[in-house]
Ligand binder design. Sequence first.
Ligand code: AMP
Ligand code: MG
Length: 280
Amino acid sequence: MELTTLVRHGEPVQLAEIDPGFHAGLGKEQAAERLEALGPKLAELTDLLFAAGMHSLLIVLQGRDTSGKDGLIRRLLTHINAQSCRVAPFKQPTAEELAHDYLWRVHAQAPARGSIVLFNRSHYEDVLVVRVHGLVDADECSERYREINAFESMLHRNGAIILKFMLHISDEEQKERLLEREADVTKSWKLTVGDWEERKLWPKYEKAYEQAMGHCSHEHARWRIVASDHKWFRDLAVVSALVDELEPYRAGWMAKLEAQGREQVRLLKEYRAGEDAGAV
Ligand code: AMP
Ligand code: MG
């Protein structure tokens, strides 16, 4: 069952029509049970991806401040073997990064075959935050949508499975989470005055997200919008989408590993036969 909203390339996206509090009629306990069953499947599939070394997995996470990117990453890392997985956070570009094209730092973090990278923010910041703050105009943004599509298509042709998630929270939920952080000394380090300033730009961000997702959601690099006001539902929705997307690769990965195993056994038999012959 699809728990997220799939964005189809070229179709208009209207975030206002997607309820951030959606939970598919599930309760917290039920969601936890489902997640408990899905977690081992995700672990198994990502282990196969690692062992087969045929594909890489790029998981792009976008969302407003407090939308839960960090929390979701913590959850995903409980299911994915750390040996094959790494997180790449994208902050405000450094002077060196700014002196290059905007995809330079992103391409450098792309996963190799057999590995998984979680992008905490991404190249999409270059059509979101910069667009909202007027650092690039609409024409430049259109150019960037094309470049991003070409970039993702190139990664895909080279073996990358690309899954993109937009964590969708409501205005009220964000306000509550920001105030919660302020009241909790263990969390207030995460806060900045800028978080409240960015809140004022909510409608502009909404539009920028809608445009970016509508222009950059090809079959091989689809955006999914995740209702994220309930953290337990957000985690379940993303893990469930990952399992659904990876499952079709299982047979190909298994076939490669089985062939590899048969070859190793054949070599071992040959080796033992040689040893036996030598002993005579
Ligand atoms: P956080 O994810 O809370 O650590 O914040 C990272 C900050 O870096 C956010 O405010 C992003 O909007 C900002 N950021 C990330 N990438 C870019 C970019 N390419 N240009 C400008 N700001 C960016
Ligand atoms: Mg922040």
